[in-house]
Design a protein around this ligand. Structure first.
Ligand SMILES: [Zn+2]
Ligand SMILES: [Zn+2]
Ligand SMILES: [Zn+2]
Ligand SMILES: [Zn+2]
Length: 346
């Protein structure tokens, strides 16, 4: 067995990022865009005087129930229970005012079930509530928790805009469907694809390559569909990442090799190829990773992941080339591991 003709490249060396792995790794690329989403927030203008707004909200909520019910009845076709899956087609004209009642006074995201209120009746969303010691509106105590079942019922009849509506997503969804959609929403900002979650950058897809070139200059790029990704010093202790870029077919791919302990005391290597592009674009490609040498061969073939999905999820699900340190040693040469990477169109 011989190596295919390929340019060999010694990566920029391992990127030893002393990341606080246990806490930050999981929240890395996968969970991304937490702050990003909020940044796009400000859907609705200030809610004015907090107390007044809350009083108005309470009154309007009552009106909302009436309005919602009559509107559903008026539409004639939908039974009350199917109103739960209303989409943008539902409750025409009324939802903006109604959904505005559910805006959290702290983050302007929506307060969605389970809806808890302070003792004076003010609402705040659950993520914010967990960070607060008192009601942001009246400074009163937040505990004991008081559910607001009427508002929950109203929420269940309303279509809510996707969190990334300000970025261009036109979808409105039942509140129970919102989190799943937002996780995969095309309009969710892209986070920096570099593994390790030390870079907090986020932005549009078009801005990803300029960001990588400016902020991550140490990452080197090789041209061509068939290259060798050489990871040096694979015996370095601890969690280590090796990263390089591969350009072909007018696209940029990020090659990532990560060494980490997914299970206590069991070090493994995870290798994956990401497309700097959307999921849809990624479907046009296939990649092959191959360890080759000492009369052995280990191959993995798959569709590249979009950087929108990130490395963390691939590793979590072992949806990548996974091998342990013994296998790495079978293929390594002097502590350096060459991975043949071939990208093709399909
Ligand atoms: Zn909030
Ligand atoms: Zn309050
Ligand atoms: Zn969306
Ligand atoms: Zn970055």
């Amino acid at each position: 067995m011989t190596l295919p003709p390929a340019r060999q490249f010694t990566g920029s060396g391992p990127q030893l990022e002393e990341m606080s792995r246990p806490s930050s790794a999981g929240a890395g690329a996968g969970a991304g865009g937490l702050g990003a989403g909020k940044a796009g927030g400000g859907k609705h203008g200030g809610s004015g005087g907090a107390a007044a707004a809350a009083a108005a909200a309470a009154a309007a909520a009552a009106a909302a129930v009436a309005a919602g019910v009559s509107s559903v009845a008026g539409s004639g076709s939908a039974t009350p229970s199917s109103a739960v899956s209303l989409t943008s087609a539902g409750l025409p004209g009324q939802s903006p005012e109604l959904t505005a009642l559910f805006e959290c006074p702290v983050c302007f995201d929506y307060v969605l079930p389970p809806i808890l209120q302070c003792q004076a009746g003010h609402l705040v969303c659950n993520p914010c509530r967990q960070k607060l010691s008192c009601c942001p509106t009246c400074r009163g105590p937040l505990t004991p928790s008081i559910r607001n079942l009427a508002m929950e019922k109203v929420a269940s009849t309303l279509p809510f805009p996707c969190k990334y509506s300000s970025a261009g997503c036109l979808l409105t969804l039942h509140h129970s469907e919102k989190p799943d959609h937002e996780e995969v929403c095309e309009f969710r900002p892209y986070t920096c694809p570099c593994p390790g979650a030390t870079c907090k950058w986020h932005g549009s897809l078009e801005a990803v390559m300029p960001h990588l070139m400016h902020a991550h200059k140490s990452i080197t790029t090789l041209q061509g569909e068939d290259i060798v990704f050489l990871a040096t010093d694979i015996n370095l202790p601890g969690a280590v990442d090796w990263v390089m870029m591969q350009s072909c077919f007018s696209h940029h791919f990020m090659l990532v090799l990560e060494k980490q302990e997914k299970y206590e005391g069991h070090q493994q290597f995870f290798a994956v190829v990401l497309l700097i592009g959307t999921r849809k674009q990624a479907e046009n490609f296939a990649y092959r990773l191959e360890l080759n040498g000492n009369r052995r061969r280990l191959t993995w073939e798959a569709t590249p992941r979009s950087i929108h999905d990130g490395v963390a999820a691939a590793i979590m699900n072992s949806d990548c080339l996974v091998f342990d340190t013994s296998i790495a040693h079978l293929f390594a040469d002097n502590g350096n591991l060459g991975i043949n990477v071939t990208i093709s169109m399909c």
